[in-house]
Write a protein that binds this ligand. Structure first.
Ligand code: T4K
Length: 373
């Protein structure tokens, strides 16, 4: 048993002393929120770092998803993945939109483009795919479908900070992409999020929507929400950007180490690595516990917890199994066989920059031990 449990993730925390000057600047300015200097600086720094045109910062990723749908005036039905964090579908319900769940691809665990068209109805206005675990969706196929049926695409890119494909950042795809900067994410601002958008006009509209709908002191153009990121969070983001490259490098080393130790274990399946490791962010390390593994997924989960390793079943249960969704026709188990099977097999192993090699080896040893049990 470890003295201190190993969490599934732990935030990237630069040295506290380096944060003090940022706080002093905020104290001196007496400007704490509503688009202050730190907020403006972080938006610009992130555009440069991620190679995207416009970024609107938010208080969290969920408010950013809710606002992204409003910014594009999405209504009716939206096609989305059942294999995600519940906030994905909740953002639709908050807008009075009906989620339509489509099954996932068994290799990428992202929306299966081959199954999207059959789910399109006259009410469908958009697709909300998820770059699950930071693995890019089949953006080309999704774009083709969206173009054919005149649908908007809003990517839930909560896991995809720093993820690239052959053309650059994956965040450039779709009409909008949404990031989460929650403490558990690759890049965090304690709580936070952002919408990435390609044009100035939409960026301005998003700016109004996250500030109650105000366009100036006396004019409100929409029932906007309070989604603004505060100055302390923005400052923390600026500090964190100085450490993000080394954090990503460490995540990739951990990913590789897991693969080296786990590859020979019968019944334990790692998702395929990205072709170009430098394009991955290694936000999560999911494994699938197959039927030929000596013990069941939930038994392995309990065993690891007894060893102080707090693995998580991201994403079990499926969103479509929660009470507010399970009555939808698209939530029927027969419609989502792949997602259901993966949700029953998945375990996410600890991965975060401070995790040392010995801890990774220990996690693998506990899994190997289960094979001898
Ligand atoms: N879309 C997707 C695809 C998402 O995954 C998420 C969030 C969203 C949208 C919404 O974005 P946000 O509105 O959250 O910005 C966590 C996070 O709260 C959530 O942000 C995340 N996805 C989800 C996948 O994971 P929980 O309920 O599992 O978190 P919790 O508190 O159990 O923490 C997990 C582990 O992390 C703990 O074992 C310990 C560690 N931890 C956690 C916190 C909060 C720390 O070490 N430090 C911390 O400060 O949801």
């Amino acid at each position: 048993m470890n003295d201190k449990p190993i969490p599934v993730t732990s935030p990237l925390l630069p040295p506290l002393t380096e944060f003090i000057p940022y706080l002093e600047q905020i104290w001196n300015s007496r400007f704490l929120t509503n688009g202050g200097d730190m907020h403006q600086e972080l938006e610009q720094a992130l555009c440069k770092h991620l190679g995207v045109k416009h970024i609107a910062l938010f208080a969290n990723g969920t408010l950013a998803l809710v606002t992204a749908l409003q910014a594009l005036r999405i209504t009716g039905e939206v096609i989305t993945s059942p294999y995600s964090f519940v906030a994905t579908a909740h953002s639709l319900l908050w807008n009075g939109i009906k989620p339509v769940f489509v099954d996932i691809d068994p290799t990428t665990l992202n929306l299966d483009p081959e199954k999207i068209e059959a789910a399109i109805t006259p009410q469908t206005t958009a697709i909300m795919p998820v770059h699950c675990y930071g693995n890019p969706c089949d953006t080309a196929a999704i774009e083709r479908i969206a173009d054919t049926y005149n649908l908007k695409v809003i990517y839930d890119a909560a896991h995809a900070f720093g993820v690239q494909d052959e053309g650059g950042s994956v965040l450039r795809h779709g009409d909008l992409s949404v990031l989460s900067f929650h403490a558990t994410k690759v890049f965090n601002t304690f709580e936070g999020g952002a919408i990435i958008c390609p044009d100035e006009k939409t960026y301005r509209r998003i700016g109004h929507l996250k500030n109650f709908g105000f366009v100036n002191e006396t004019t409100v153009v929409a029932p906007g929400i309070n989604g603004k990121m505060n100055e302390v969070s923005a400052a923390f983001g600026l500090l964190q950007l100085r450490y993000i490259d080394q954090a990503l490098t460490r995540r990739r080393q951990i990913d590789l180490l897991y693969r080296q130790h786990l590859s020979g274990i019968p019944g334990l399946h790692c998702l395929p690595p990205r072709d170009v490791p430098a394009r991955a962010n290694c936000a999560y390390f999911p494994v699938l516990v197959e039927p030929n593994f000596p013990i069941g997924r939930d038994d392995l989960y309990q065993l690891m917890r007894r060893h102080g390793i707090h693995v998580r079943r991201y994403f079990y249960p499926l969103i479509s199994d929660f009470p507010m969704y399970r009555g939808l026709p698209s939530a029927a188990p027969a419609n989502l066989p792949v997602a259901r099977s993966i949700a029953d097999k998945v375990l996410c192993l600890p991965i975060f920059p401070d995790l040392d090699d010995a801890a990774v080896v220990n996690v693998c040893a506990v899994i190997e031990g289960a094979c001898g049990a």
